[in-house]
Design a protein around this ligand. Structure first.
Ligand code: SDX
Length: 425
């Protein structure tokens, strides 16, 4: 921590306040405002646009330069050379695994892929046509009912087993959510398959027909999971940290992250992109929707565009687009009308003054939906895929917080309601 200081002069307080400034290894300095509370004043930052909620060593984003590093490694290099489970290990432990460590990690994850048979009973309480994210919130939260008593979050080994269980079980639960919605039997995981092959097996195979999973689709699925693995203090990760700060069960904390991810402004955007492209329907209507996106009186936003942090290209969108081209070409879908529409929309938006002036570029969700659709994932399941990919990031941040010094998160407010008044009579 550096010894730089900020001096704050507040009307009504005689002495100027000296606030410590801390420097990170990269990124903006932060001003420690904790000494303001005893002076009777709070900072005010709705949406936490200018607030660093914690210190972290996991992921770094430079929104102006389109940089995303996981434990220092650029996302472009990880996407090209690594895989989802290796990146999960990196996020959790801070270093890439040795070959032996990776083999052990993959094997350990494989041993936790099944869920308790009683968990299958939870599904029967849901309507078959319920939104998949509603089921994911329920069944992932329900995992806490199976592990709460044997779980000491102050024990690093217990926290590591939680991480393994969550990373391993999310694909199983995601596939169960899908199978339940189409009335097909649940498929058991197969430990002879890779993580993403196993997921596609559980999604699309049935007890009466087990087809070999396409390596092209398995590779694309793995890359989609990898590109979603972590993203610093986004809304859902901050929700997981806030839930965890009370000492809540980690499975319940991840369920809270799933709930936060569901919104169309966050993880629900990939589903919303496909629905938007379907609603636009034809390139001739793109200008109409661009006008809606710029109309302040219209709540419509161009889904898959813009980002709280990236004011230039989201580096994940660049990789996702390359992956999209590869998958569609491999599948002979390079003339996919949805992709053509997306590329036309992207071109128009990137040349539009309103969008350029506001730094609105395609984000991770703009192309992911097209890949997922090509793989055969139904649109309503897109955010469930996002949640599955984000799980190692969520649990790495939870573990980083619980494994260090932390306090219960308890923001304050600017109160503008009634002053004290008496009950009439
Ligand atoms: C994710 O935080 C993360 O890291 C999230 C994420 C992750 O990996 O966890 O990256 C995943 O959530 C990606 C974002 C997915 N959401 C969408 O694609 C939905 C569409 N995007 C917008 O809703 C919006 O861009 C947000 C929610 C993503 C960001 O909202 P902000 O920070 O409030 O937007 P902003 O302050 O940057 O907006 C600046 C201006 C505003 O207009 P003005 O008031 O300046 O005139 O740009 C406008 C906004 O109205 N604007 C848009 C727009 N996004 C912002 N106008 C039209 N279409 C859009 N998509």
């Amino acid at each position: 921590m550096a010894d730089k200081k900020a001096t704050l002069k507040i009307d009504g307080i005689d002495e100027a306040l000296e606030l410590p400034i801390y420097e990170g290894t990269m990124g903006p300095d932060v001003i420690d405002v904790r000494s303001l509370t005893p002076k009777g004043v709070f900072t005010f930052d709705p949406g936490f646009v200018s607030t660093a909620s914690c210190e972290s060593k996991i992921t770094y984003i430079d929104g102006g330069k389109g940089v995303l590093l996981h434990r220092g490694y650029p996302i472009e290099q990880l996407a090209a050379k690594s895989d989802f489970l290796e990146v999960s290990f990196l996020l959790l432990h801070g270093e890439l695994p040795t070959p032996e460590e990776k083999e052990k990690f993959v094997s350990t994850i494989g041993k936790h892929t099944m869920v308790n048979e009683q968990l299958a009973e939870f599904f029967n309480g849901f309507r078959r046509d319920a939104h998949p994210m509603a089921l994911m919130c329920g069944v992932v939260g329900a995992l806490s009912a199976f592990y709460h008593d044997s779980l000491d979050i102050t024990n690093a080994d217990h926290r590591e087993i939680c991480a393994h269980r969550l990373i391993a079980k999310m694909p199983t639960l995601a596939a169960m959510v899908y199978k339940y919605s189409i009335g097909q039997p649940f498929m058991y995981p197969r430990n002879d398959l890779s993580y993403s092959e196993n997921f596609l097996h559980m999604m699309f195979n049935t007890p009466c027909e087990e087809k070999t999973v396409s390596p092209v689709l398995a590779n694309a699925m793995d890359k989609v999971f990898l590109l979603h693995a972590d993203h610093e203090q986004n809304a859902s990760t901050s929700t997981v940290r806030m839930a965890g700060s009370s000492g809540a069960n980690p499975f319940a904390c991840i369920a809270s992250g799933i709930a936060a991810l569901w919104g169309p402004a966050h993880g629900g955007a990939n589903e919303a992109v496909l629905k938007m492209l379907t609603e636009i329907g034809d390139e001739s209507r793109i200008e109409e929707f661009m006008a809606k996106a710029k109309d302040k009186s219209d709540p419509f936003r161009l889904m898959g565009f813009g980002h709280r942090v990236y004011k230039s290209y989201d580096p994940r969108a660049v990789v996702m687009k390359q992956c999209c081209d590869e998958v569609l070409e491999e599948l002979g879908l390079q003339d996919d009308p949805m992709l053509k529409m997306a590329m036309k929309l992207e071109k128009i938006a990137l040349e539009d003054e309103y969008f350029k002036a506001r730094g609105l570029y395609p984000n991770v969700d703009f192309y992911s939906g097209i890949i997922l659709k090509a793989i055969g994932i139904p649109t309503e399941l897109f955010t469930v895929i996002f949640a599955t990919g984000r799980t190692p990031g969520w649990i790495a941040h939870w573990n980083e917080m619980i494994g260090g010094e932390y306090r219960i998160a308890r923001p304050r407010q600017l109160y503008t309601g009634h002053t004290k008044r008496d009950y009439p009579g």
